[in-house]
Ligand binder design. Structure first.
Ligand code: 5GP
Length: 116
């Protein structure tokens, strides 16, 4: 499957669709998920387009995972979370619904169940 730039995250990156942006640099944006699984659920979305992890180029991945770590630490602190769940789906069978690479960062608290 190939990458189709006509997707919702490309439009959010371009500013054509509004989002609640919590971070942006030359590599990625981070936005609040519109249907959060838990309070503070954010997405890290690389500006470089790829369908998902399986076709992303290695340099982009190396840059993005550093942001995932940095934003994950910031979200954990901001949400006073006990942990962060990192989730990333590749293709429909795995639950992917938006076909532009992204990482979910979901704050988790002890003794609080999440919506799956
Ligand atoms: P996936 O199911 O592909 O792993 O994750 C896609 C995520 O994008 C979902 O959690 C969904 O709630 C989120 N999403 C879909 N459309 C929008 C949107 O327009 N704005 C934002 N902020 N999130 C969106």
């Amino acid at each position: 499957m190939s990458y189709d730039p006509d997707n919702i995250f490309t439009k959010i990156i371009a500013g054509e669709i509004p989002s609640h942006k919590v971070y942006e640099d030359n590599v990625c944006i981070s936005i609040m998920d519109i249907m959060p699984e838990a309070p503070g659920h954010v997405l890290v979305v690389p500006k470089q387009g790829s369908r998902n992890l399986l076709d992303a180029d290695a340099d982009t991945l190396a840059d993005v995972i550093k942001r995932v770590q940095k934003i994950g630490n910031a979200v954990k602190k901001a949400m006073n979370a006990d942990g962060i769940l990192l989730r990333q789906a590749n293709e429909e069978a795995a639950g992917q619904t938006v076909y532009h690479l992204h990482f979910h960062l979901i704050p988790c608290h002890k003794n609080v169940s999440r919506r799956d």
